[in-house]
Design a protein around this ligand. Structure first.
Ligand SMILES: O=P(O)(O)OC[C@H]1O[C@H](OP(=O)(O)O)[C@H](O)[C@@H]1O
Length: 337
C-alpha cells in the first residue's frame, strides 16, 4: 500500500489499513467502507482548486485500491463513486462525490436485501444449509427464508485459517437457527445430511467461475459428488468486468502468521535440521519450510448450480450476459487518470 499519498485524509488511511488487516472484511462490507471513505475524503478535503480536489480523490481511491487484490467489489465501488464526481467548482465536486457515495451505499444495502429474497426461494422449510466462511450476501438469503417462516438448520464450516465461520455461527444463533459447527475437513461427511451448500463470492468471472474463500472449490467438488446443489449469493458488484477481456483474478496470498505461529514454526524446524542456532528460525532463515496461505480459490462454473444476484438467479454460464449489460465491454481505472 502506498503510504501517505499527498492530501489523503487520515480517515481514508485508517479505512485502508482496516481493510488490509481484515478488521473490515467481506466483499460487500469492503465496498461499503471504501465508498464511505471516498465521501469522507471529499468532505474533509482542503483542496482549493477543482484539479487539486480530483487529484486528492484519485489518490484516496488508489490508497483504498491497493489494500487487497481479489474482491472486485472494491474497484467496482471506487470506479462508481469517482465516475459520479462532477462539477466545475470544489463545492460542486464535493457535493456530487458525497451524493454518489451515499447512493452507492444505499443501492448496496438494497441489492443485498433483494438478493436475499430471491435466494430464499431456493430454500425449503426444514432444509439443512452448509456454509463456508462468512458472507453477508449468503446470510441475507437465510434471513429472508426465516422471515418467510421457513425453519432451517445450518452446518457451518469453521473456515481456517481465520475461522470466519464463527461469525456466521454467531449470526445464525442470533436468528435462532440450530447450528452444527464443523472443522473444514469434516465437510464431505456432513454433506450426507445437507440440502444446499450456500456460499458468497469475492469475484465472479465472465466464464461463471466463482472466486471465493479458500476451500470453496473442494467443497463444490464434494457437493457435486454427493448430489448437493451449490448456490452462490453474490450481488452484481461482485461481477469482475476485466475478466470479459481475459484478465485473470489475482488470488491474495496472506501472511504465514495466520497459519503458523513462530513457536509452531520452531517446533517443526528445529536447530538440528537447520544446522543453525536455536534462535535462527525466522522464515527468512528457515527457507526450506515454506508456508503458503492463499485466501481464495476458483470454483469452475460446472460445479455451481446457481448464482443469485439482485437481478435474479442465473446459471453460471450465462452470467456474462448480465456482466456486459452492467459494465459494457471495457473498464477503466479512473484513480490512475
Ligand atoms: O460480500 P459478502 O457476501 O459479505 O462476503 C463475500 C466473501 O468475502 C469474504 O472474504 P474475506 O473474509 O474478506 O477474505 C468471503 O470469502 C465471503 O464469501
Amino acid at each position: 500500500m502506498d503510504e501517505g499519498e499527498p492530501g489523503v485524509v487520515p480517515a481514508v488511511e485508517s479505512t485502508a489499513e482496516d481493510i488490509a488487516e481484515m478488521r473490515t472484511r467481506g466483499a460487500a462490507t469492503i465496498a461499503d467502507a471504501a465508498a464511505a471513505a471516498l465521501a469522507t475524503q471529499a468532505d474533509r478535503s482542503t483542496a482549493e482548486t477543482p484539479a487539486a480536489f480530483r487529484r486528492e480523490l484519485r489518490a484516496a481511491a488508489r490508497t483504498l485500491y491497493e489494500t487487497r487484490p481479489t474482491a472486485v467489489s472494491l474497484p467496482n465501488a471506487l470506479r462508481y463513486v469517482l465516475r459520479g464526481m462532477d462539477g466545475d467548482t470544489v463545492a460542486d465536486l464535493r457535493a456530487s462525490t458525497i451524493a454518489r457515495a451515499e447512493a452507492f451505499q444505499r443501492d448496496l444495502a438494497q441489492a443485498q436485501e433483494t438478493l436475499g429474497e430471491i435466494g430464499a426461494n431456493r430454500l425449503q422449510d426444514g432444509d439443512v444449509v452448509m456454509t463456508h466462511c462468512h458472507s453477508t450476501d449468503a446470510l441475507s438469503c437465510i434471513e429472508a427464508a426465516l422471515e418467510d417462516g421457513k425453519a432451517l438448520e445450518a452446518i457451518v464450516k469453521e473456515t481456517r485459517p481465520r475461522k470466519q465461520g464463527h461469525i456466521t455461527a454467531r449470526q445464525l444463533r442470533e436468528w435462532g437457527v440450530p447450528v452444527t459447527l464443523i472443522v473444514d475437513n469434516a465437510a464431505r461427511r456432513y454433506l450426507d445430511r445437507t440440502d444446499h451448500v450456500l456460499v458468497g463470492a469475492d469475484s465472479i468471472a465472465a466464464d461463471g467461475s466463482v472466486i471465493n474463500k479458500i476451500g470453496t472449490s473442494g467443497l463444490a467438488v464434494n457437493a457435486r459428488e454427493r448430489g448437493v446443489p451449490l448456490m452462490v449469493a453474490a450481488q452484481t458488484i461482485k461481477l469482475h468486468p476485466d475478466t470479459m477481456t481475459g484478465h485473470t483474478v489475482e488470488i491474495e496470498l496472506r501472511d504465514e502468521s495466520e497459519v503458523l505461529t513462530g513457536e509452531e514454526r520452531a517446533s517443526i524446524v528445529d536447530s538440528e535440521s537447520t544446522g543453525g542456532d536455536e534462535g535462527d528460525r525466522s522464515p527468512e532463515t528457515d527457507g526450506a519450510l515454506t508456508v503458503e496461505n492463499p485466501a481464495f480459490d476458483v470454483t469452475p462454473a460446472r460445479y455451481v448450480d446457481a448464482i443469485v444476484t439482485e437481478r435474479g438467479q442465473f446459471p453460471p454460464e450465462s452470467i456474462v450476459t448480465l456482466m456486459r449489460e452492467l459494465f459494457g465491454e471495457t473498464t477503466d481505472e479512473p484513480w490512475e487518470a
